[in-house]
Design a binder for this molecule. Structure first.
Ligand SMILES: [Zn+2]
Length: 417
């Protein structure tokens, strides 16, 4: 904490910028370094979960573990970390702050320790530094600042640090919805890296007001085996799956004035063998990113049309990836640019940086889809930028981490004071 904490004037109590200034640059970055140095690929988050809990606990912020369990497919058991600041007015909005604690698996191509947290030229290096331990550090220090201040927010702030965002199903955020934790929330801020993953070129400060959604086709192609020296006597499932993969990329995908275009990308094709047989089965996995209006029925019908038009000899069964429950899907969403949350974050950006934020939309999917689509909350992504996300040499800009912490703090005050 820096200046002004000893004498809190009335104006500071309601001035978003004044409280944000109390967030200390060096303390924030030291916290980020500690987070980066904890190895935490998805499904292996015990250590970082404990760290976040202890950090909040040591500051009297009353954290609690929130059990996450998915016995059917992954067998995962773990914990989110939650904490709540109670507002003074039960009718005032409740704001959810969210970050994920996990990273992707450590990438082998690093030429240095991927957990070093080394800082050079304002860049902090490490796997997950940008995605999204920078944003996690940001909401931790913002939450601390909001709690320490004697500003009496009218609304509640709910801190949520979740597990398994990078894993296949976003199990941590899914559990928040499953257990109705989001039911009393009115808006959500997610501090995922922003501009680098936006639909178009943007620079921070930026607010991302929506995201495309995603389906994963899981398609089975069944042909007929025959001796490989007489391919005309069988039906080659591998050849038909290849033709189908190519044809699916030609789907006339949806378009949205804000989210841009949908997209189709075949991800995996597996089938056949090394014996001299015409392959009788093949499996095809195809990513489909969608915009608002493209429902499961639409997406299924599109693929069925492609299959019908191709007239393959193989039988084709179109399905979607197995999920823990039918609603565990990344749906697209758009948050209204006039929403009070967006206004509050604009105020926060102005107070912290003096700028008007760029407005954009996210190109892929994440836990924010669960808040924005499934929970129906106005959801904004505001996060620090960096490079090499999910790759070797990942880094985050330290100044942007501090800016995001301050913007979130100021935005909370603007919305809830
Ligand atoms: Zn992320």
């Amino acid at each position: 904490m820096t200046d002004g904490s000893a004498d809190t004037s009335n104006s500071e109590r309601t001035d978003p910028g004044a409280l944000a200034e109390r967030i200390d640059h060096d303390e924030t970055i030291e916290l980020l370094q500690e987070l980066v140095r904890i190895r935490s690929p998805y499904f292996e988050e015990e250590a970082i979960t404990e760290f976040v809990y202890d950090w909040l606990d040591a500051r009297g912020l009353d954290p609690e573990y929130h059990a996450v369990s998915e016995p059917e497919i992954t067998g995962f058991e773990g914990n989110n970390v939650l904490a709540r600041l109670e507002g003074t007015d039960p009718d005032a909005p409740t704001l959810l702050l969210n970050a994920h604690m996990d990273t992707v698996e450590l990438v082998e191509a690093w030429e240095e320790d991927p957990l070093s947290g080394r800082i050079e030229d304002g860049k902090l290096y490490g796997q997950g530094a940008c995605d999204m331990k920078g944003g996690l550090a940001g909401i931790m220090v913002a939450f601390e600042a909001l709690a320490a201040a004697d500003i009496d927010l009218a609304g509640d702030v709910l801190f949520t640090a979740v597990v398994d965002e990078e894993g296949p199903y976003g199990l941590g955020a899914n559990q928040l919805i499953r257990d109705s934790v989001t039911d009393d929330c009115d808006a959500a801020i997610v501090t995922e890296p922003g501009p680098i993953l936006a639909q178009r070129d943007l620079e921070n400060p930026a607010l991302l007001l929506g995201a495309r959604g995603r389906f994963l086709y899981d398609i089975t192609v069944t042909g007929e085996a025959a001796h490989g020296s007489q391919p005309e006597k069988g039906t080659n499932a591998v050849v038909d799956a290849g033709r189908l993969a190519a044809a699916l990329t030609e789907i006339d995908v949806g378009t949205h004035e804000l989210l841009g275009d949908g997209s189709v990308c075949p991800l995996k094709i597996e089938g056949g063998g090394e014996t001299l047989s015409v392959p009788e089965a093949c499996r095809l996995l195809v990513d489909r990113h969608v915009v608002v209006g493209e429902t499961e029925d639409v997406v299924r019908a599109d693929a069925e049309t492609v299959v019908a038009e191709l007239g393959l000899d193989s039988a084709v069964e179109i399905d979607f990836r197995e999920a823990p429950a039918p609603d565990v899907r990344y749906g697209p969403y758009v948050t209204d640019a006039d929403d009070p949350l967006v206004d509050a974050l604009r105020t926060g950006v102005g107070a912290v940086t003096g700028d008007d934020p760029a407005i954009g939309y996210f190109s892929s999917v994440g836990d924010f889809n669960y808040f924005g689509h499934r929970a129906g909350l106005p959801t904004v992504i505001v996060g620090p930028d960096g490079e090499n996300i999910h790759g070797a040499g990942e880094f985050v800009y330290t100044d942007e981490v501090v800016d995001v912490a301050r913007i979130v703090t100021a935005g909370c005050v603007a919305l809830l004071a």
